[in-house]
Design a protein around this ligand. Structure first.
Ligand SMILES: NC(=O)c1ccc[n+]([C@@H]2O[C@H](COP(=O)([O-])OP(=O)(O)OC[C@H]3O[C@@H](n4cnc5c(N)ncnc54)[C@H](O)[C@@H]3O)[C@@H](O)[C@H]2O)c1
Ligand SMILES: [Zn+2]
Length: 356
């Protein structure tokens, strides 16, 4: 990943990389003290070299709170870090966001390494430098941009990840194809099942393509003024659905994104921006791989109307000048941002997805 000001960093992907963690880290960061913040759910994969100085973080969003961050900062400071100390973020997106933010604010910024252990973290949250925690007022409202020095992705750790989490991560993978890579969509159509089944070769290709797509967008637009917004394809809807479910276990982020992308395709089709064939192919692909594509498929979804959901969309932080920005598409592989959206099309897509 090439960023301005010489802040380039490397993303290393492979099966079984963690067995060589000691060598990989010593080669790149000789003599540097490493303090590891480890997701409790990924603890079994923590290599010996990182075990001696590791703090275990509780699983789940509770780790993205100020209280949890305070404990982490105290633990880091008790280890008397200096400017050469590095933080290792080992775990899913929760651990990565928390640890990256701790690194960003400790001694005004410590270097850190991302070792993502969920599919979602491997293809999305570990790349791009967004770190942070949640506030009572909303998710991810306290944070900083802080790029890692290295992202180390071992696909073997996914062998213990629940199928539901794999599918949630897959939603973010197929998102990159929808945004700008029709060829990748064709590849996923043939190989998506292998990715979900944990085939090492298929995973490595899907993850590498996803990271490259994200890195390219981030390099161009680190702070999300333009192109980076395309990464939010499906996300305006997704955030409304997640808020409706109070961000609890009913709906994982990636699950919300899959439904959100299906809605974005449906709105694009209704506005005659995208062909029915492309919208259908995109939605069918997700459904064929076991991803939910309709709001009515969410278990225990609250009894909300389309207009309630539109109201929830308005509370998204990615709103500028009081107008909602939607990411729509002209077909698979060509997404674009617009504030010019037919609210009737949005309402109809939501009504159809709710099954009301
Ligand atoms: N910074 C960004 O750019 C960015 C992007 C997308 C999402 N996020 C954030 O990421 C978070 C979601 O991340 P997530 O989907 O990885 O969820 P998560 O971090 O909660 O992980 C999901 C579950 O899997 C467990 N786990 C982790 N690795 C495992 C493994 N190898 N085997 C078995 N279990 C394992 C975790 O302990 C947890 O229980 C959200 O907080 C979201 O806001 C950040
Ligand atoms: Zn997302």
């Amino acid at each position: 990943v090439a960023l301005d000001g010489g802040r380039d960093y490397e993303i290393v992907i492979g099966a079984g990389l963690l067995a060589d963690a000691q060598k990989i880290l010593a080669e790149r960061f000789p003599g540097r003290k490493l303090l590891t913040l480890c997701d409790a759910g990924a603890q079994t994969h923590l290599p010996a070299v990182l075990k001696k100085d590791a703090l275990i973080l509780e699983e789940g969003e509770n780790t993205k709170t100020l209280a949890a961050l305070e404990r982490t900062l105290a633990w880091i400071l008790d280890h008397k870090p200096d400017r050469k100390t590095m933080i290792v973020a080992f775990g899913g997106g929760v651990a990565g966001d928390h640890a990256g933010f701790a690194a960003a604010i400790c001694l005004r910024g410590l270097d850190y390494i991302q070792i993502p252990t969920t599919l979602l973290a491997q293809v999305d949250s570990s790349v791009g430098g967004k770190t942070g925690i949640n506030a009572a007022q909303g998710k991810n409202l306290i944070g900083a941009f802080h790029q890692p020095r290295l992202v180390l992705i071992d696909t073997d750790v996914l062998s213990t990840l629940a199928g539901r989490q794999m599918r949630a991560g897959y939603a973010e993978i197929v998102k990159y194809s929808f945004i700008g890579d029709r060829g990748f969509f064709d590849w996923l159509s043939a190989n998506g099942q292998k990715v979900l089944a944990g085939d090492a070769g298929a995973l490595a290709h899907a993850i590498a393509t996803s990271c490259a797509a994200k890195a390219a967008v981030v390099a161009e637009d680190e702070r999300e003024t333009g192109r980076r917004a395309l990464l939010n394809f499906g996300h305006t809807f997704a955030h409304a659905l997640e808020a409706a479910c109070h961000y609890d276990r009913r709906l994982l982020h990636g699950e919300a994104v899959a439904i959100g992308m299906a809605l974005a395709f449906d709105v694009s089709r209704r506005m005659a921006l995208c062909s029915a064939a492309d919208a259908g192919a995109a939605i069918d692909h997700m459904q064929a791989l076991g991803l939910k594509v309709h709001i009515r498929a969410i278990g225990d979804f609250p009894p909300l109307t389309a207009d309630d959901l539109i109201g929830l969309m308005g509370s998204d932080k990615k709103i500028s000048d009081g107008r909602l920005t939607f990411i729509l598409c002209r077909g698979i592989g060509s997404a674009f941002a617009t504030q010019d959206v037919a609210m009737d099309a949005v309402r109809e897509a939501l009504i159809s997805s709710l099954g009301a």
